[in-house]
Ligand binder design. Structure first.
Ligand SMILES: Nc1ncnc2c1ncn2[C@@H]1O[C@H](COP(=O)(O)OP(=O)(O)OP(=O)(O)O)[C@@H](O)[C@H]1O
Ligand SMILES: [Mg+2]
Length: 514
């Protein structure tokens, strides 16, 4: 594609001073990774937390980049390593990179929904993918679980919001494979770094907002603002905005204002929702019975095969993101009974030989931990035991809060290691235990799980939180294989000779990330 055409389609201004011989040059690729620059490509220099992106310009040029864009570029042809290079200036290189990459790769799926919020993004994206699939659409989800789509052999590393070039390339690839419905997880980092600005969104969802990632955003307001960018700037005017009305009132009020001022089609869900209201959720042994009200009209009760209120929130948000009209809304609500659980999210793993139900969950924030424990409580006929920890090199303030939450909502707490990274694991555990001084401390995760699982009694629920779908324990830069669900099964098999462990069901095992 010619340089001037690329900029035109990306709606990025190409300075009028750029001479026709440059404006007409064919651009072979767009990248912000100097190692991936190729002959006649456009290299966008992005400043990182510690590194000035311009440092990589010589390397990109050595690889063949002909056009460079950076924050303080001279907007002129310069000579670098003996070659003439057009070096453009950009007031916002991250945003321009996203827009240019999207224009370079071209067409994207017709329906793209992005979901943001502190908790529930992965789950909601997966449920939305399933709903669209049930409606007969070829659909995919992109996020923490990687790229998930039935029958497509596409690879994307797990990252809550991938870099904009990879994202634009993947969306185009999906389009060429006739996948026209994509659910995308939008992290606050991704939004703050303009990674989604080139995505042609038609829908956006907001689940909830509680404390997380304050190591990056510093204040809750900054964190909220990053997420609100999705509705203020990224979702085009007139798009569908689905939000959970049970979130904190401040964020809810702002979202409603944005929806009004930008003429977004607002759909609210949850107990306080007006579009799809949750009237009641009755816990059953292996699921929940839901009473729902759609646009003021009661629907027939439905039973979903998933436990936990958080799952209901995510399902309703996914439903509200999925439909096009009243008829499809009704059809989708009835179809919710067919949804399968998401790997590592309130995932039932096994029943122990004493009759305790063992779950794995990805909760790694105080809020998520509180929600998952409250979600499991109604299903426990006896005690609720939680095995948890907190990650190293991340927000330290949440450690005692997680301890407090565990102590408040569980009958037994076991504090263990969860990705200590470069920190001393005992120091992390001590910080967690400030919030739950009566907890049992067992640093080694395997030993902690074995202790809880083997001591659990009939009617108990044991939940191992923190890793969910993850399969490693990160210690000093090395990833040691560790899969909570596999460890639980191993422990039970060893304890009873592998006989009568009830296998997990209802989880999307066939849809492993692409
Ligand atoms: N709607 C919800 N409200 C509160 N907690 C939730 C909700 N949904 C899920 N959770 C909890 O949060 C955990 C993570 O869920 P999920 O992976 O869907 O969220 P996420 O927003 O994608 O998280 P991440 O930011 O880590 O990618 C779950 O394991 C569960 O404990
Ligand atoms: Mg996620």
């Amino acid at each position: 594609m010619q340089l001037q055409e690329l900029f035109k389609q990306a709606r990025v201004t190409l300075p009028s001073s750029v001479k026709p011989e440059w404006a007409g040059r064919t651009v072979s690729g767009v990248t912000s990774d100097s190692r991936l620059a190729s002959l006649n490509s456009l290299f966008v220099a992005i400043d990182g937390a510690a590194v000035n992106g311009a440092t990589f310009v010589p390397q990109a040029v050595a690889k063949g980049a002909a056009i460079v864009m950076s924050h303080h570029g001279p907007n002129a042809v310069t000579t670098i390593a003996g070659r003439d290079i057009l070096h453009l200036a950009s007031a916002n290189p991250r945003r321009d990179l996203a827009l240019l990459a999207a224009a370079f790769y071209g067409a994207q799926p017709a329906e793209i929904a992005a979901i943001t919020g502190t908790n529930g993004k992965t789950s909601t994206a997966d449920f939305l993918r399933q709903i669209w699939m049930m409606q007969g659409f070829r659909s995919a989800s992109i996020g923490t679980l990687g790229l998930v789509s039935k029958g497509l052999d596409l690879r994307l590393p797990p990252l809550t919001t991938p870099d904009p070039v990879k994202l634009a390339e993947t969306l185009h690839e999906l389009k060429t494979r006739r996948v026209d419905h994509v659910a995308l997880e939008a992290s606050s980092h991704g939004l703050d770094q303009f990674r989604l600005d080139g995505v042609r969104l038609t829908r956006a969802g907001f689940s909830n907002l509680t404390r997380d990632h304050l190591d990056y955003h510093h204040t809750l307001d900054a964190y909220r603002d990053a997420k609100l960018r999705l509705f203020r700037e990224v979702l085009p005017t007139g798009g569908v905005a689905a939000i959970n009305a049970d979130m904190d009132s401040e964020t809810l009020a702002i979202l409603k204002d944005i929806a009004t001022s930008r003429a977004l089609a607002l759909r609210t869900v949850g107990m306080g929702g007006e579009t799809l209201r949750l009237v009641s959720a009755t816990p059953l042994p292996t699921g929940q019975r839901l009473k729902l009200c759609l646009n003021g009209e009661m629907l027939d009760d439905i039973t979903i095969p998933l436990i936990g209120r958080v799952q209901v929130d995510n399902i309703l948000l996914a439903a509200a993101l999925a439909w096009d009209d009243e008829d499809s809304a009704r059809q989708i609500c009835q179809g919710l009974t067919q949804l399968q659980g998401v790997r590592g999210r309130c995932e039932f793993v096994a029943t122990s030989h004493h009759g305790a139900s063992i779950f794995v969950d990805y909760a790694h924030t105080p809020d998520a931990l509180g929600h998952v424990l409250q979600s499991l409580r109604p299903h426990a006929r006896h005690r609720l035991t939680v095995i948890f920890g907190a990650g190293g090199n991340r927000d330290q303030g949440k450690r005692p809060l997680m301890g407090q939450i565990a102590a408040r909502y569980a009958d037994q707490c076991i504090v263990t290691d969860d990705n200590p990274r470069d920190e001393d694991p005992a120091t992390i555990r001590r910080a967690v235990m400030q919030g739950c001084p009566d907890a049992t401390e067992i640093g080694d995760r395997h030993t902690a799980i074995a202790h809880a699982v083997l001591h659990a009694e009939a009617g108990d629920i044991v939940v191992v939180t923190g890793k969910g779908h993850e399969t490693g324990q990160i210690i000093k830069g090395a990833v040691h294989p560790f899969d909570d669900a596999a460890v639980i099964r191993e422990i039970l098999t060893a304890a009873q000779g592998g006989s009568d462990i009830e296998a997990a069901n209802g989880v999307n095992a066939h849809d492993t990330p692409g």
